[in-house]
Design a protein around this ligand. Structure first.
Ligand code: SAH
Length: 235
């Protein structure tokens, strides 16, 4: 069974967008994963199929109705019993380990909105997993869903083809949660800067040790949080 991405949105034309390009685009064409769009409008209420309304108690913007969000999610989960993700700045941080976990599953349902928010009663009643990309505010959940899917799909078997370079990348357990070592390619000399001898020298043991030391130094210098986690795990 291939990985299924279900997207509930009022802007279905945004997809597959960038997910239809490059390696994940080819994998989509090859059936290694699939995408199913679900238009929020189809679940709108009244003559105008409204999906949003003004915030109760006042405030800026509009709020996605709980009944509309629930009807859409119920419609999709009835056929596809998959985890429901609500992109949200107040959610749990999206991480490489979440991407790895989800890549092993059958797929995900994303419910996206471009409003001030979703009626809290939808969240209470359906309990989607709220997931955040980081401490900044996007205009909607669609691009957040794309970011998560791109991170997940490159870990789905076959999507990266023979490259399968996921194992020792930044943040991965196989790399002890460290940032990745520096990369080089031709030419040998660029603006007076040479590729370090150890990289091209052919001593694989020495190179592995050098890469590891570089990964540790980079992580220590740039990401105190990851470095502290690494030291804790080492104990
Ligand atoms: N009023 C909200 C922000 C609304 S932004 C607040 O102050 O928290 C509109 C939508 O964009 C959100 O409902 C969410 O689905 C999505 N979004 C915005 N920032 C995000 C982030 N950092 N991670 C994931 N989704 C985000």
């Amino acid at each position: 069974m291939s990985f299924a991405a279900h997207i509930i949105t009022a802007y279905p034309d945004m997809f597959p967008g960038p997910l239809g390009e490059s390696l994940q685009g080819r994998a989509l064409a090859d059936g290694l994963w699939r995408i199913a769009m679900h238009d929020l409008r189809d679940f709108g209420v009244g003559k105008h199929q409204n999906i949003d309304d003004t915030p109760a108690g006042g405030g800026p913007g509009m709020v996605l109705r709980a009944d509309v969000a629930a009807a859409a999610v119920d419609h999709v989960t009835a056929q596809n019993p998959l985890p429901v993700i609500l992109p949200s700045p107040r959610g749990v941080p999206f991480t490489q380990s979440l991407a790895q976990e989800w890549a092993k599953g059958d797929g995900l349902i994303f419910i996206c909105n471009r409003f001030e928010g979703v009626d809290e009663r939808f969240i209470a009643a359906r309990q989607p997993l709220e997931v955040s990309l980081g401490d900044y505010v996007l205009g909607g959940g669609e691009i957040a869903a794309m970011v998560m899917l791109e991170a997940i799909l490159r870990l789905v078997p076959g999507v990266m083809g023979k490259l399968e370079s996921g194992a020792d990348e930044s943040f991965s357990p196989a790399n002890d949660g460290l940032l990745e070592y520096p990369q080089y390619t031709r030419p040998q000399s660029f603006e007076g800067l040479d590729i370090p001898d150890v990289v091209t020298g052919g001593d694989h043991k020495k190179l592995a040790a050098w890469r590891r030391a570089q990964a540790e130094a980079l992580t220590q210098n740039r990401r105190a949080d990851l470095w502290a986690d690494f030291l804790k795990r080492k104990k």
